[in-house]
Design a protein around this ligand. Structure first.
Ligand code: ZN
Length: 201
């Protein structure tokens, strides 16, 4: 067991920081020291911002996004195209698409993928609400922006069946050669998907 180098409050801070993605115990100590040394400029304001966010965070009942207002900022944004619902697995995927600013649609966050082995069935995901939203007259297309993993793709197939009689077009992201990708470095699965999804020029 490693010896404590600071009082219990700082040790607790280090333990909590070590739970963050990408931070092990060593980097957690480094971050804690950085925060402690900048108590007024960083540690205090950060603690305040975290307490404020923790008190207000809610899951949007419409789309499953995380925000501090209901409905969420995206659902309230009248400038978004109401005809497309972009379905993602997690809030992180929504943020990634928003960062790229490639689509001006509304979203639907599933909260994971179907995984019978882990006991995750349709009722564990935000699917019933998706089917309900798909039936709204303004919705014309459901874009399944799910990960190109086995779970992501089997979830996409399941959703295609569930959405079949909702009167919407169901589309999915293209799979294939990434931008800047060299064929020589691609795996067989990616190459096969790219050949299958080839386009006439
Ligand atoms: Zn929302």
């Amino acid at each position: 067991m490693s010896r404590a180098v600071a009082g219990p409050e700082i040790e607790r801070l280090i333990q909590l920081l070590a739970r963050l993605p990408g931070l092990g115990p060593r980097s957690a100590r480094r971050v804690a020291l950085h925060l402690v040394k900048r108590k007024d400029q960083l540690l205090g304001p950060l603690a305040g911002a975290m307490a404020e966010a923790a008190a207000k965070i809610v899951i949007c009942p419409e789309c499953g996004n995380v925000d501090t207002i209901v409905p969420c900022t995206i659902c309230q944004d009248a400038r978004r195209d109401p005809s497309i619902l972009c379905v993602v697995e997690e809030v992180g995927d929504l943020w990634a698409l928003e960062r790229a600013a490639v689509i001006n649609a509304r979203y639907h966050v599933l909260g994971g993928t179907l995984s019978p082995l882990d006991g995750v069935g349709p009722e564990d995901l935000n699917i019933a609400k998706l089917v309900e939203r798909a039936r709204a007259p303004e919705v014309k297309e459901i874009l399944l922006a799910l990960n190109a993993t086995v779970e992501g793709q089997s979830t996409a197939h399941y959703l295609m069946d569930r959405l079949a009689d909702c009167g919407v077009t169901v589309s999915r992201l293209a799979h294939g050669v990434p931008v800047g990708g060299e064929l020589d470095y691609l795996d067989e699965g990616t190459l096969a998907a790219a050949i299958k999804a080839r386009k006439t020029l």
